[in-house]
Ligand binder design. Structure first.
Ligand code: GDP
Ligand code: IMO
Ligand code: MG
Length: 431
């Protein structure tokens, strides 16, 4: 079977949830493999809107088994809340269709407290979601994290939590909030939620290996996006995991050769939440118009998203990293009313034109975008379902992006609903 990955090509919130939901219909497994509930993936159908955080976006498909793999960091309180929220809205989640890896690291209350504290002091604010993601990955790398498999050994688990709480009080004595968590309170709060999750826990290496051997099809759902990747993003203004395709093998425990096709998800413009360089950011009325038309407010934190033109230098870089088989251009409809549409085709840095994406945040803050201006189409596209029906000016815009990046554009999204989608690439179609 052909296995797919869906990867964000910008700074997140491109519409990955929508595309995973559409594709999930024909996959046996949908797998989240990195990040945590910093993600907010929206799925809209039949007049209902769902925001998923750590739950794979395949949950609305009755056939798919949803897997939260080892590379994800999970706050057990949040996961239980998310499961219950979905169940209350009629989504059936059972140990048969929701599997959690036993190697997955837990986000515990102190991770969130430390994350929020750090954001509030000092000058190196990242603008995190405050969900404890960074500290949980720090704990993992420092070999002091707690994993789901530890929950099945209560004495070991309790002793490790006790040791952590003790060392926290020494290492972070300035954070008063941490002192509120004694071992007893922690265990009393944790135990009931961990008990709810236990029936879902599996060895996901075994599970996915057996699935592959049987010829099952796998869909890997990236969270965050390539420019937020810990290694390749706009460091230090990134998240703490490998959020581009390079993270799949380590994050899901599958051989690197598992992924056949990588679908890059890219908005027709650009947004970013939190701090950090953003070469094509618009601080004018066009930026405001994009925010308003695209309803650009964070799915997880509600923060207004920074908006700007599509950056092809950045898209080209994310294509280099992920090797997109096809790119989905999302939220095309948001540009419908604009008289002209710009795309960034190069950067000017120290008087020179460059087309590579600089590593340094100093350089990224200094670059000036060089734009190509294309005519706007100034007509609605939200009702369109086939490529042929799209205005000629949209086709010219799509053509320009395809030629620049050297990658086909296989899907064009013209509204938040499942149905508001133009699928051009046969590989993305149901049969
Ligand atoms: P994700 O994190 O990549 O899954 O993206 P988010 O769900 O955080 O943000 C994308 C937002 O855009 C959500 O509110 C979607 O419902 C919405 N959306 C997705 N595709 C389209 C589209 O083609 N047009 C419009 N107007 N909205 C869209
Ligand atoms: P989805 O999957 C957009 C950003 C935060 C911050 C940085 C680090 O919905 O696209 P973190 O809490 O991860 O330590 O914050 O990363 N960020 C996202 N931005 N979409 C996301 O997820 C994000 N997840 C994290 O705003 O700048
Ligand atoms: Mg999002």
């Amino acid at each position: 079977m052909t296995n797919f990955a869906v990867i964000g090509a910008q700074w997140g919130d491109e519409g990955k949830g929508k595309v995973v939901d559409i594709l999930a219909r024909r996959f046996d497994y949908v797998i989240r493999y990195q990040g945590g509930h910093n993600a907010g993936h929206s799925v809209v159908f039949q007049g209902e809107r769902f925001a998923l955080h750590v739950m794979p976006s395949g949950v609305f498909n009755e056939k798919a088994v949803n897997v939260i793999a080892n590379g994800v960091v999970v706050d057990p309180f949040q996961l239980v809340k998310e499961i219950e929220g979905l169940r209350n809205r009629g989504v059936e989640l059972t140990p048969d269709n929701l599997k959690i890896s036993n190697r997955m690291h837990l986000i515990l209350p102190y991770h969130g407290i430390i994350d929020r504290h750090r954001e509030g002091v000092g000058s190196r604010k990242i603008g995190t979601t405050g969900r404890g993601i960074g500290p949980a990955y720090e704990w993992k790398a420092a070999r002091r994290g707690l994993r789901m498999c530890d929950v099945f050994h209560p004495e070991y688990f309790k002793a490790a939590v006790a040791a952590e709480l003790e060392s926290l009080n020494n290492r972070f004595s300035e954070i008063e909030e941490l002192r509120a968590w004694g071992l007893k309170e922690m265990m009393a709060k944790l135990q009931p939620v961990l008990d709810i999750l236990k029936p879902h826990v599996v060895d996901s290496v075994e599970l996915l290996s057996a699935a592959r051997a049987e010829g099952a099809s796998l869909l890997f759902e990236g969270a965050q996006a390539t420019l937020l990747d810990i290694d390749f993003g706009t460091y230090p203004y990134v998240t703490s995991s490998n959020s581009c395709a390079v993270g799949i093998s380590a994050g899901a425990g599958v051989p690197p050769s598992t992924v056949d096709e990588v679908v890059g998800i890219c908005k027709a413009y650009t947004t970013r939440v939190g701090e950090g360089p953003f070469p094509t950011e618009l601080h004018d009325e066009t930026g405001e118009a994009l925010r308003k038309a695209g309803f650009e407010f964070g799915t997880t934190t509600g923060r207004p998203r920074r908006c700007g033109w599509l950056d092809l230098v950045a898209l080209n870089y994310t294509h280099q990293l992920n090797g997109f088989s096809t790119v989905a251009i999302m939220k095309l409809d948001v540009l419908d009313e604009l008289p002209e549409v710009k795309v960034c085709k190069a950067y000017r840095l120290n008087g020179e034109e460059i087309t590579h994406f600089p590593a340094s945040p100093v350089d990224l803050n200094a670059v000036e975008p060089v734009y190509e201006t294309l005519p706007g189409w100034q007509e609605p596209t939200t009702h369109i379902r086939t490529y042929e029906e799209l205005p000629e000016k949209v086709k010219a815009y799509i053509d320009y992006i395809e030629k620049y990046v050297g990658c086909p554009i296989g899907l064009i999204s013209v509204g938040p609903d499942r149905e508001q989608t133009v699928i051009r690439d046969r590989r993305l179609k149901d049969d």
